[in-house]
Design a protein around this ligand. Sequence first.
Ligand code: SF4
Length: 265
Amino acid sequence: MIKAAEISVRSVLSKTGLPADYVINPYVGCEHACVYCYACFMKRFSGHTEPWGTFVDVKINAADILPAKPVRYENRSIYFSSVTDAYQPLEKTYELTRKILQKLIPFQPRISIQTKSSLILRDLDLLRQFSSCEIGITIVTTDEKLRREIEPHASPIRERILALRRIHDAGVPTHVFIGPILPYLTGWKQIITSTKDCVDHYMVDRLNTGGVIWSNVRRWLRNCHPDLLSQYDRIYTSGESYWRKVSNSIREFSASEGIDSRIFF
Ligand code: SF4
């Protein structure tokens, strides 16, 4: 059960070091509760002590406080979202992301959205109104049983692929983020072959093991895949050759299929 609280904030458009000028996080926390979540450090900054994935603060005034000066958006790019998913289930009720997009249309910043939710289809009418907009859907596995283990409250994979197809058919550029690659579990080839007809490019990354992420992933492995624990320990302590092999295989496969894959390791 998710604990949601409405909060008022003083700003929602933040400068970022990501490959975008600004980032917008309409929520604090994320219902998707991915086991490998890199954003759980946000608990420290928001005063939450509950487990990550069980609380969400809803920035109820987010759309109202967006700067209304066109100059703030001229030739600027905005990324949704760096430490939450802008289309997590609560968005269905609150429509914060929708309201923010509505306000941004007249200013025409470049928009980039990364999500694990097919709820994004609700806003396709708005996304089409930006002259520069790219939608990324994250897919770590095509195995629904594994998906439920690692991303319990995100959309089923089939729904994500259908969403990609509809977004692509609507003329909006798409990419798939395959990340983090989970050794021996992520079937990256299958992800590519089942989406390549509706994806412009792929981005691929491995697990960030900083902070509590590594212990969270190890806990999940201990519970669900104990046979893989020692292999993960080896790969994440001295497994550079493993990653070189994976990276080379993805490059070779992508080249043979004429696919644009951007690998970040
Ligand atoms: S969707 Fe992103 S922010 Fe949300 S729990 Fe998963 S990894 Fe974290």
